[in-house]
Design a protein around this ligand. Structure first.
Ligand code: MG
Length: 293
């Protein structure tokens, strides 16, 4: 497509130059008359192989005019013009100079452009990313549940909610962040949250779960995966989660390096049934969609 456009532009330029030449060609008498009237004060003599081309700009009409000279006549005409106070510049034949320059320089320009593109691509995704690979979409599912106990902070989606009970867990017990982490790792075939952050490791005791998501983001980036969409449902009898969703989406999006718009959250109760329904636990289900870059 680019080559076709370039060809059209080139043809237009060449054809425009030709018509321009024909339209503005005048004879020797007309040219000199303009000189005598002071309309042409500066000329350029282009030296061609077989003939010379004399160009001058009419300062009154702001148009360029030219005439073709025999080589033999050029010295006398030049002298005559200089005697009339006209500034004479002499240049090599200009016709098609720029075309030749463009044609010769174009492959180099294209090569430099391609090298620049390749360099940026390598910087962005590494050598593996430069290989052509079909785009792939992956989906992962995550689930988590934590018991709720009085006097513990309730952290959901990376933010603390005002409530008299909170999850029991090795880390901060954020069911939404844990289920989301599992969904992302599952989609990328990278194991699960327990593999990367074992609850036997004291390092993760009381850890903020957004750290898990930040780590998952790096693992996905290493595998050239991008997060396309996250859909989640959090199940708890109390408190109401809906009003807190905007802040949760912001916090989760920030940890994962994606816009909050890519994260969709929903809330459910268990209608008083089972441990969740009795307010003894909180759970989350998450589905995450990734694409390869
Ligand atoms: Mg958990």
């Amino acid at each position: 497509m680019s080559i076709v456009l370039l060809g059209v532009m080139l043809w237009k330029l060449v054809s425009a130059d030709g018509s321009h030449s024909r339209e503005n060609q005048i004879n020797y008498s007309e040219f000199m008359a303009k000189v005598d009237e002071g309309d042409i004060k500066e000329v350029t003599l282009y030296l061609g192989q077989n003939s010379y081309d004399l160009w001058g700009r009419d300062v009154r009409s702001d148009r360029g005019f030219h005439l073709t000279l025999f080589k033999e006549a050029a010295p006398a005409v030049t002298e005559q013009l200089r005697e009339k106070g006209v500034v004479v510049k002499i240049k090599e034949e200009r016709s098609a100079d720029w075309v030749l320059l463009l044609l010769n320089g174009l492959p180099l320009l294209l090569l430099a452009g391609f090298c620049l593109f390749l360099m940026r691509r390598v910087q962005a995704v590494g050598w593996r990313g430069t290989k052509w690979q079909p785009r792939e979409t992956r989906t992962g599912i995550g689930y988590d549940l934590h018991r709720l106990e009085e006097g513990r902070p309730l952290i959901v989606g990376g933010i603390e909610l005002p409530f008299d009970r909170g999850p029991v867990g090795h880390s901060d017990g954020d069911v939404l962040a844990h289920a989301l982490c599992d969904a992302l790792l599952g989609a990328a075939r990278l194991g699960d949250i327990g593999t990367h952050f074992p609850d036997t490791d004291p390092k993760w005791k009381g850890a903020h779960s957004l750290l898990f998501l930040e780590h998952a983001k790096k693992l996905l980036a290493d595998k050239n995966f991008a997060i396309e969409h996250v859909d989640a449902v959090v199940i708890t009898e109390k408190p109401k989660l809906g009003p807190h969703f905007p802040k949760m989406r912001e916090a989760l999006g920030k940890a994962l390096g994606i816009p909050a718009e890519k994260i969709h959250l929903k809330a459910k109760t268990n209608e008083g049934v089972d441990a969740i329904g009795r307010g003894e636990a909180i759970a989350a289900h998450v589905v995450a969609t990734l694409s390869s870059r």
